[in-house]
Design a protein around this ligand. Structure first.
Ligand SMILES: NC(=O)c1ccc[n+]([C@@H]2O[C@H](COP(=O)([O-])OP(=O)(O)OC[C@H]3O[C@@H](n4cnc5c(N)ncnc54)[C@H](O)[C@@H]3O)[C@@H](O)[C@H]2O)c1
Length: 414
């Protein structure tokens, strides 16, 4: 079978997980790697002998152009995806972007306009919506089992200890050291969007400072331990979701509430679905409470799931790869297109503004509307810096102080 998709991977930490999955696909040929980190690049090229590696993005793209590269998987720094995605589309290649798609409202507009102007291919490769439990919640929502779904919850917890986090965040200006909790929201928000086919329209956020973050994570400028958002979606449903919360809970959790029933996955359910259907509002004999493993149901619904159950993040990375192939080879438009990607990124940017302003409500632009984009096109507030310490325009935390900033400099030698 011919390998229609000729893939480059930009960023060889997370990117290497995907390279492993790509290498098993008949439709995909790995063309080149790019990473300025010497050891990560060496690791990539030794794991995939024959696939060359480049420290410079320009050289990677030039080599790719010469060798028929037609897609780039972006797993570079969290806050720098949009400018590189635009450069990839300008080179006539498909941009496949991991989280986050953009880190300012200005970048959101630039990304959408570039996609429209160039008519190229863009896919946001958020993986969490494709975990089995979430696919099952989505099925229950779409098939009407829960009735009208009015309220949703998404909670993503990731409580790394200081050593583990420091190992992943080296360098004073590494994005993980400056990232307010609300910014890493795609794992909690995107699944909810897919469950009800809705997009955030208004957002309000709150965050709280953690003493443990202050005391045990001196290499980080930020001290918030959690952030929680409340959103009105464009289809009328209400969603409450977290950022990447530093909370030790042992699970992430998702819930959907309709007027006929509710379903949840992850919270005290041992990875089973808890489905509750009201007795007076459903056909006679409907069990009121059910607990079940979602795997069988989801595999019947989408047979691709069965193939990838052992892949990363509960099999969801595998489904992302299948969606990439469906898009680039078979022309199936991705669910998370550039408009949804921009809405997710804008919700992150506005959540920070809101949490710094006692939960003030902000309107999330509809990125289909040039008029609405005009309202935010110059907004480049960001808590993130580049490697040299340029670019940050926003105080990074609720308890930002110059002393904390200086301390971050002392603890990070990179
Ligand atoms: N979806 C998931 O489950 C998941 C899991 C982990 C990471 N991620 C995402 O993957 C991305 C990367 O995160 P990470 O954990 O791999 O750590 P990271 O951000 O430290 O790694 C990024 C890599 O890209 C390289 N890079 C960045 N800019 C470059 C440039 N201009 N030229 C050459 N190389 C460059 C860096 O050297 C680094 O090795 C982030 O967006 C993160 O959110 C997603």
């Amino acid at each position: 079978m011919s390998k229609e998709i000729k893939m480059g991977v930009f960023g060889c930490s997370r990117g290497l997980n995907y390279a492993g999955l790509f290498s098993h696909e008949d439709a995909i040929e790995m063309v080149a790697f790019c990473d300025k980190n010497e050891s990560r690049l060496a690791n990539a090229t030794s794991t995939f002998p024959g696939v060359p590696g480049f420290a410079s993005f320009d050289e990677f793209m030039a080599y790719g152009k010469e060798h028929g590269m037609n897609a780039v998987f972006l797993a570079n720094y969290f806050h720098e995806h949009a400018p590189f995605a635009i450069r990839v589309m300008e080179a006539g290649m498909a941009a496949l972007s991991e989280c986050l798609p953009a880190s300012t409202l200005k970048q959101c507009c630039e990304l959408v306009r570039a996609k429209e102007r160039l008519g190229g291919k863009y896919m946001f490769c958020e993986n969490y919506p494709y975990m089995t439990g979430i696919l099952e919640l989505a099925r229950l929502c779409h098939e009407g089992t829960l009735g009208t779904v009015m309220y949703l919850e998404g909670e993503y917890n990731h409580h790394d200890g200081p050593e583990a986090l420091y190992a992943r965040s080296q360098g004073k200006y590494h994005w993980r050291n400056w990232e307010p909790r609300c910014f890493y929201l795609s794992h909690s928000l995107a699944p909810l969007m897919m469950m009800v086919d809705g997009s955030p329209r208004y957002v309000s956020a709150q965050a709280a400072v953690s003493q443990v973050q202050k005391d045990k994570f001196p290499f980080r400028a930020i001290t918030d331990g959690m952030a929680q958002m409340l959103c009105k979606f464009d289809n009328g449903s209400v969603a409450r979701f977290s950022g990447c919360n530093g909370i030790s809970s042992g699970y992430s959790a998702y819930r959907a509430f309709g007027d006929k029933g509710s379903a949840e996955w992850g919270r005290h359910t041992e990875r089973r679905i808890r489905l509750h259907l009201s007795d007076w509002n459903n056909p006679e004999g409907t069990p009121e409470l059910q607990f079940y493993d979602p795997t069988d149901s989801v595999c019947k619904f989408d047979p691709r799931v069965a193939q990838g159950l052992s892949a990363g993040h509960g099999g969801s990375d595998y489904i992302v790869v299948q969606n990439i192939i469906a898009y680039l080879r078979d022309g199936v438009e991705p669910y998370f297109d550039v408009y949804k990607a921009a809405a997710i990124a804008a919700t992150a940017c506005l959540s920070l503004k809101s949490s710094m302003n006692n939960g003030e409500m902000f309107k999330v632009p509809d990125f289909h509307s040039e008029e609405e984009m005009k309202e935010v096109e110059n907004d480049d507030l960001t808590p993130f810096y580049d490697d040299e310490g340029h670019g940050g325009t926003y105080k990074p935390s609720l308890e930002y102080t110059p002393e904390r900033f200086a301390q971050v400099g002392v603890y990070n030698k990179g």
